[in-house]
Design a protein around this ligand. Structure first.
Ligand SMILES: Nc1ncnc2c1ncn2[C@@H]1O[C@H](COP(=O)(O)OP(=O)(O)OP(=O)(O)O)[C@@H](O)[C@H]1O
Ligand SMILES: [Mg+2]
Length: 249
């Protein structure tokens, strides 16, 4: 049997007196689109950084496709991470940025060149591909950052607010890309504050509140849990499980 694509056991992170993540247990099957929700400061970015091995846990363990996240070399091939503030070089053009990643990751340049052109076209970036990134709009930067995240075909994608700053067309392109990758077997773990994005895409959602997973299940199951009368929306559910005192816990 395949190990879960993402697995954590009592994963915990504190910063001084701040408990950013209490004790997280996740087991996410390969091919799942997992929507990770939670209010500002809930611990979503902290979790993603732990899952990439960029940050060390205070205690507990995490692995991706059976590989402990501490094994940085292997994890770099397994994971594609789109952080909140993506690393891009302003002096590069979009195309140069992507070629730089090809070199950095030692990808097959010929095979990837075609892929880069396809992705630039898919995200309406062809016309701007040779302009400097420093002159790009927020959404254009986000699109290049997403492309560089998926370029090495990682089996696990961690996307922190991937639709931030995207206009509706770009958001649609991104959602289509995520759905395509998922169909091909990629596991996608994404955080967002935009609930329709998870309603549209996610097989499973988890709601983090104050460093604790307070709800997990299909979007429908989480929504139903919030309200007995059957009229609840995911937004109602989100507000119910992330309020104090938490009646639903
Ligand atoms: N490097 C750090 N040093 C100190 N505290 C931190 C650090 N990173 C995160 N925190 C704290 O950990 C908690 C969780 O933060 P985190 O960034 O994970 O939240 P988030 O769910 O991603 O929020 P947002 O929706 O605003 O992006 C917050 O209380 C935050 O202040
Ligand atoms: Mg965050």
């Amino acid at each position: 049997m395949c190990p879960p694509a993402i697995e954590t056991d009592a994963l915990r992170k504190t910063y001084g007196n701040t408990v950013a993540l209490q004790s997280l247990d996740l087991s996410i099957e390969a091919g799942t689109i997992y929507g990770f929700l939670g209010p500002n400061g809930a611990g979503k970015t902290t979790t993603m950084r732990l899952l990439t091995g960029l940050s060390d846990p205070t205690s507990g363990t995490a692995s991706l496709s059976g590989t402990p996240v501490g094994d940085r070399r292997s994890i770099a091939d397994i994971v594609g991470y789109l952080p909140e503030s993506p690393p891009l070089y302003g002096e590069f053009s979009g195309r140069e940025q992507l070629e730089y990643v090809v070199g950095l990751r030692m990808l097959d340049a010929d095979r990837t060149a075609e892929r880069i052109e396809e992705l630039l076209a898919q995200f309406d970036l062809i016309e701007d591909a040779d302009r400097r990134i420093s002159g790009y709009s927020t959404g254009m930067k986000q699109k290049v950052a997403y492309i560089q995240t998926i370029l090495h075909d990682p089996p696990v994608l961690l996307l922190d607010e991937p639709t931030a700053g995207l206009d509706p067309r770009a958001a649609r392109q991104l959602k289509e890309s995520i759905a395509q990758l998922s169909e091909a077997g990629t596991t996608v773990f994404l955080s967002t504050h935009i609930l329709p994005v998870v309603e549209e895409l996610a097989d499973t959602i988890g709601v983090l509140y104050d460093g604790e997973l307070v709800a997990e299940g299909s979007p429908d199951a989480v929504t139903e849990r919030a309200e007995a009368d059957g009229d609840a929306t995911l937004e109602d559910a989100f507000l119910a499980v992330t309020s104090e005192p938490m009646a639903n816990r």
